[in-house]
Ligand binder design. Structure first.
Ligand code: GLN
Length: 474
């Protein structure tokens, strides 16, 4: 394992790391912008050559490099959201979560690829290039934070930031064999996150180890006057006992890919062996989760994306003859297919006279799933679920067309609708691909998730893909 806090301060190590990153990124294409020197300047710590290697690590993340999903603002880095409409947009400010990390010594080294505006599960919907899975470049890394997950799995950074609206941190973490945390809604400030579906999303972390996940979360969390939906994030973990795990009985009748079913069974066995009690629970509303998620997410997206009008931001059609034409043609040229589909769907479900039929029903399901989970947490401390019904798939594969990808969000979007924390952890490698499992906990019980993942990490640490920075001599 590289000594991450030395990479940026030792000129020789820095050069080797940078060369390896540029080389590995040619195959996986995880970065939309890679500029560690700019990040070092921004952090105010000086160029690598100016900094003594012995500089005391007085801050929790001193000298640690990290990457940021390109829908999270970092001053003077681009902020494209993977979209043509923002292809030349440079951020004039920095997200609170990033500022907190920088204030604690961490250094932004680049921006990572994503499905346009976070809409997708494979990073194929980026307007610039698809990202490839470091375990098998012929497969997708998952999405929408696919660039961040691929960068961590390839060993280019010890952690990266992502956003999770319906699974965009946990699913790519699972496809790439790393950890992914979707924190409690409101526990991390969303100031500086370009909004897709504001009531569902949160900035979170993808990392190689549980201790990094925990340290980064502890730095990022907390109330922010710049985000009125942020909360003080007080720890609510029951202390000092082995947690009880709940297993939804509905899982028996949901089709899972054989390697995912096998990993679910082995995860249960492993936790039992560690002394955890596993009991059956019921989430009767699970089958309605995907429909509710896509109604709410697209409704919010149609409103949030209205600001990209060709006037205030980004791409503009200079040949337009009046404001209406300017807006229409800029949006038509700037947005990709999936984004247009979702704006149309969102507009459809919100159209006057029909809110009752779609949006309000979806909100009722949202309340019902939250109640199901609240009830479950009366008898268990955490709920175990797969992350995704199958491991990393091949781009353009028929059985995983865009509609099937949406149906497969069943296990992840549940936590977003309920606002609760959830973590994806590497649980096995099957048929040469990593398979992640997921733990969900009551609001603000992140500490419990870390300790349960830490127990699993002792028997099964995050596996390394065949070619990665860890096997390269540095
Ligand atoms: N697959 C989900 C979607 O396409 C993930 C979104 C997200 O978490 N940003 O909406």
């Amino acid at each position: 394992m590289p000594e991450w806090d030395k990479i940026l301060s030792n000129p020789e190590k820095f050069k080797k790391w940078k060369e390896a990153a540029v080389f590995l990124d040619k195959n996986i294409k995880c970065f939309l912008e890679f500029d560690p020197e700019k990040g070092i300047k921004l952090s105010g710590t000086g160029a690598p050559a100016d900094r003594p290697e012995t500089e005391p690590a007085d801050k929790p993340l001193s000298g640690i490099p990290f990457a940021v999903k390109d829908n999270i603002a970092v001053k003077s880095f681009k902020l494209t959201c993977g979209s043509k409409i923002l292809s030349n947009f440079v951020s004039p400010y920095t997200a609170t979560a990033v500022t907190k990390l920088q204030n604690n010594g961490a250094v932004v080294i680049g921006k990572t690829n994503l499905d346009e505006f976070g809409m997708g599960s494979s990073t194929e919907n980026s307007a610039f290039s698809p990202t490839h899975n470091p375990w098998d470049v012929k497969r997708v890394p998952g999405g929408s934070s696919g660039g961040s997950a691929a960068a961590v799995a390839a060993g280019l950074v010890p952690f990266a930031l992502g956003s999770d609206t319906g699974g965009s941190i946990r699913q790519p973490a699972s496809f790439c064999g790393v950890y992914g945390l979707k924190p409690t809604y409101g526990s991390v400030s969303r100031f500086g996150l370009v909004a897709y579906a504001s009531s569902l999303e949160v900035i979170g972390i993808i990392s190689k180890t549980v201790s990094m996940l925990k340290n980064v979360f502890n730095v990022m969390k907390g109330e922010d006057p710049l985000d009125h939906s942020s909360l003080p994030a007080e720890e609510k973990t029951p202390a000092g006992k082995t947690a009880k795990i709940g297993l939804p009985k509905e899982l028996k009748s949901i089709e899972l890919y054989p390697s995912v079913r096998k990993t679910l069974d082995s995860t249960i066995r492993n936790y039992k062996q560690m002394g955890y009690a596993i009991s059956e629970i019921s989430l009767p509303t699970l089958e309605y989760v995907v429909s509710a998620y896509y109604v709410i997410a697209t409704a919010e997206a149609s409103a949030n994306l209205a600001r990209f009008d060709g006037i205030r931001y980004g791409e503009r059609d200079f040949s337009a003859e009046n404001p209406e034409e300017l807006m229409l043609s800029s949006r038509n040229r700037g947005f990709g297919k999936e984004v247009k589909l979702r704006i149309l769907l969102g507009t459809y479900v919100l159209r006057s006279g029909f809110q009752e039929q779609y949006y309000l029903r979806a909100q009722k399901i949202r309340t019902a799933i939250r109640k199901d989970l609240q009830k479950a947490f009366e008898s268990v401390d955490a709920v175990l679920l797969p992350v995704y019904p199958r491991p990393a798939f091949k781009p353009g594969s028929k059985e995983m067309d865009p509609f099937s990808q949406k149906l497969a969000d069943i296990f992840t979007s549940t936590a977003n609708l309920a606002g609760i924390p959830a973590v994806s952890f590497p649980a096995a490698v099957e048929e040469g691909l990593p398979v992640g499992m997921q733990l969900l906990a009551p609001p603000f019980a992140e500490k419990l998730l870390f300790s349960m993942c830490r127990d699993y990490e002792k028997v099964f640490p995050s596996p390394n893909p065949p070619d990665n920075y860890f096997n390269r001599s540095i």
